[in-house]
Design a binder for this molecule. Structure first.
Ligand code: HEC
Ligand code: HEC
Ligand code: HEC
Length: 224
């Protein structure tokens, strides 16, 4: 009997295991959903619940019924593999009632970058671009932009750029621009003007020469 002298320890341990086992059984019978495991390692009732939810996406084929022309255009384009709703958003409601639910056309400045913005995690073969920041600068007496002017620039630029910023420099155009541009790096400067007179006004010969000679960044002067 000497061998089992300390058997009490083992019994205590066994009791602890028994309690753990019983509570496991209790939790399992009470908390595992009834339909779990019916078809596989998941809750079978989830299928019913998911199918009962209202549909958000209509699927590619649905669009073809009414927008056959777009489907044909897309089939031969670069986005042949991209589904309509990947760009246009979920449109089941539009399919059910196309007359009253008319989808808004996507804003290309935001849309294209969503898939094509450069990102190391994307496969190398995927066409990627980094969106460049655009600063629209004007020099005026107030040092402020008017909202109506801003809207026009946004309309023009949003097709190509999504990061558009506005800056207004106060003062006289030559000096203010020169100060602003002189020490900038990694930029491509586009200067615009309408007609020769305002070009020459805005951009005096001496100032133009000075800018062209001293600024080491590429400059493009547009006017028509
Ligand atoms: C039952 C027919 C029908 C189906 C299906 C349908 N559409 Fe339309 N769609 C229309 C009609 C009609 C208009 C309105 C045209 C108008 O008045 O400019 C429209 C307009 C649009 C517009 C806006 C066009 C514009 O010029 O503003 C987009 C975008 C569009 N549909 C995308 C889709 C997509 C994507 C699908 C598939 C998920 C789809 N539609 C499915 C009939 C349909
Ligand atoms: C890669 C993104 C992309 C995909 C994929 C795409 N669209 Fe578009 N779609 C656009 C953009 C952006 C515009 C707006 C163009 C504009 O503003 O002029 C547009 C415009 C439209 C218009 C209105 C102008 C027109 O040409 O009639 C309809 C309708 C339309 N798309 C339907 C569809 C359907 C149907 C599909 C699938 C077969 C589809 N689109 C796939 C991005 C996409
Ligand atoms: C939902 C994601 C998605 C959106 C949004 C999207 N694209 Fe694409 N785009 C793709 C995919 C995917 C490919 C590559 C298809 C392939 O390789 O077959 C592609 C390919 C292209 C290509 C071809 C590039 C090449 O080197 O062949 C161009 C250009 C392009 N997209 C421009 C655009 C423009 C412009 C927009 C905005 C109107 C846009 N994409 C929006 C997914 C998208």
């Amino acid at each position: 009997m000497a061998k089992l002298k300390d058997s009490e320890h083992l019994l205590r341990l066994a009791a602890v295991f028994l309690v753990i086992f019983l509570s496991f059984l209790f939790i399992r019978t009470h908390f595992v959903p009834k339909s779990f495991g019916l078809y596989g390692h998941y809750r079978a009732d989830a299928l019913k619940e998911i199918t009962a939810r209202p549909m958000a996406f209509a699927g590619h084929q649905a669009c073809a019924e009414c927008h056959d022309d777009v489907v044909k255009t897309k089939a031969v384009g670069k986005h042949a593999v991209v589904n309509c709703e990947a760009c246009h958003g979920a449109l089941q409601k539009h399919v059910e009632d196309p007359a009253s639910v008319i989808p808004q056309l996507p804003d290309t400045g935001v849309l294209c970058a969503r898939c094509h913005e450069a990102n190391l995690a994307k496969p190398k073969a995927f066409p990627q671009l980094s969106t460049k920041k655009v600063s629209v600068i004007q020099v005026n007496e107030t040092g402020k932009w008017e909202d109506s002017q801003k809207h026009k620039f946004i309309e023009w630029l949003k097709g190509h750029y999504s990061a558009i910023h506005f800056e207004a420099l106060r003062g006289d155009s030559d000096n203010a621009l020169f100060d602003y541009l002189f020490k900038r790096k990694n930029m491509f400067l586009v200067m615009g003007a309408y007609g020769r007179t305002s070009l020459s006004q805005f951009f005096k010969r001496s100032a133009a020469d000075l800018l062209l000679k001293t600024i080491t960044q590429p400059i493009f002067i547009a006017h028509h």
